[in-house]
Design a protein around this ligand. Structure first.
Ligand code: PLP
Length: 449
């Protein structure tokens, strides 16, 4: 079977995520037969360098031998078991390891099977905690503008990317949206730290005024990924943690995208020396192998639900595939690689190379900003560089970069006008150089006229 056959069969029966399917009348779908390291191979011998880690999930390459081996072993033992009333080895070990690695005090793990579900769990848990504490007026959440927390109705409610949210507005809960400390929006001469401090005043005011009705503030620490890889200074998280403590409000850190070394530290919160009340993890958790997510929280939260059955304080949330043993085993193998291979240090060198290769793009007449935090880098294409006027979304400039990249054996998938890099950590120096070269040429083509 060649690519064409697979595409035809796909388009007869499938409906792809985050896709206007009509685009595939002219934009070829890419059927993949196998993956190895940073490479994805189609059915006709073409290959693509996966510069976005297959939607930010992959850490150590496709077909990673260590993870493969762990999964084979697990498969011979136990594929799945109900996780209420029963338990298993991989999930106990994983939880022990996660609690030892996570920021201070996060001693309890509650599992789900994808990022959005983890966000739902954190929101419900926070609300329910306050209910159990007799704080029954607390029923609202605070979120940052341009944030993204997933696609299910609760997660969508606390997000703020209009493209995904607007249609469903009538179905969503009402949240308080506070302007983000996005450093791209800085005033002239202002530093990222100053933007964060200045923007925090908006947050402080909201928390001060509505403390008695707010359950939690939810943030993506350091990088708003789906919102266009917009970044902000760690000082904001520090200020937010302190204010949440002062006003008796939970802090939910959604590290679904930025966790597991993406921003340079194992968890992004570490850069602000902050421990949230709820930490949501998914994506890289299994090295990009299997769907799994976890919400980590404090013992005091756990204790607020711990009571005699008749008092009806239990957290009765569940998903059929909660804590799937295969997924947990993949996660354990992923953590083994972090232990054995000095990943964060190697990443620092790779990130430095990526940053230096991207620097010349700053001079491009249609590039307003090149930003980076660890193994995430982004280039903001604009119509007018001085005024930072964006290209109209209808022009789909980013899509032109995507198409150019595909023609050059590369998977880049810009978010609107933002060309970004989020490669698997196993990418080598030559591949980083190629990746930037292809992107630079793509940006050239996409911004020409
Ligand atoms: C991807 C993402 C989610 C949603 O995770 P899914 O597994 O796609 O549901 C939530 N929050 C952040 C920050 C994400 O990047």
């Amino acid at each position: 079977m060649n690519n064409r056959n697979w595409i035809e069969r796909d388009l007869r029966v499938l409906w792809h995520p985050c896709t206007q399917m009509k685009d595939h009348e002219w934009l070829p779908l890419v059927p993949i037969s196998r993956g190895e390291g940073v490479w994805l191979y189609d059915f006709e011998g073409n290959r693509y360098l996966d510069a976005i880690s297959s939607w930010w999930v992959n850490l150590f390459g496709h077909g990673n031998p260590k993870i493969n081996m762990a999964l084979r072993d697990q498969l011979a033992k136990l594929e799945h078991v109900i996780f209420a009333g029963f338990t298993h080895e991989p999930i106990i070990e994983l939880s022990e390891r996660l609690t030892s690695l996570a920021p201070e005090g996060l001693t309890r793990c509650f599992y789900a099977d994808n990022g959005s579900a983890a966000v739902e769990v954190a929101l419900k848990m926070s609300f329910h905690y306050w209910q159990n504490q007799g704080k029954t007026r607390k029923n609202r959440f605070v979120t940052l503008s341009n944030s993204y927390h997933g696609e299910t109705l609760g997660a969508l409610s606390v997000g703020d990317v209009a493209l995904y949210k607007k249609t469903y507005k009538p179905l969503l809960m009402d949240c308080i949206t506070v302007p983000a400390p996005d450093c791209y929006l800085r005033d002239e001469g202002e530093s990222c730290t100053e933007v964060a401090q200045r923007m925090f005043l908006h947050m402080k005011k909201v928390l001060e005024e509505h403390a008695d009705t707010i359950c939690a503030v939810i943030v993506e620490p350091l990088v708003q990924c789906a919102g266009g890889m917009r970044m902000y200074d760690p000082v904001y998280l520090r200020l937010l943690r302190d204010a949440c403590d002062v006003y008796g409000i939970h802090l939910i850190a959604d590290e679904i995208a930025v966790g597991f070394g993406r921003t340079g530290t194992l968890f992004a919160c570490e850069q602000a020396d902050v421990s949230p009340d709820f930490l949501c993890l998914s994506k890289g958790l299994t090295g990009g192998y299997l769907p799994l997510s976890v919400v980590m929280t404090h013992e005091s939260v756990y204790q607020a639900f711990y009571d005699d059955y008749e008092n009806l304080k239990a957290f009765l949330h569940s998903h059929s595939y909660t804590g799937n043993p295969l997924a947990c085993r993949a996660a354990l193998a992923t953590l083994d690689i972090f232990d054995e291979e000095n990943v964060l240090e190697t990443n620092r060198q790779k990130a430095a190379l990526l940053g230096s290769l991207l620097e010349p793009l700053l001079d491009h007449p249609h590039v307003a900003e090149v930003r980076q935090r660890g193994m995430i880098a982004a280039v903001e294409m604009v119509k007018d560089k001085r005024k930072k006027t964006p290209y109209p979304w209808q022009e789909r400039r980013g899509l032109k970069v995507y198409q150019h990249a595909l023609s050059q054996e590369m998977l880049l998938r810009p978010l609107g006008n933002v060309v970004y890099f989020m490669p698997p950590y196993v990418i080598n120096e030559q591949q980083i150089t190629d990746m930037v070269g292809v992107a630079a040429r793509g940006i050239e083509l996409a911004t020409a006229k």
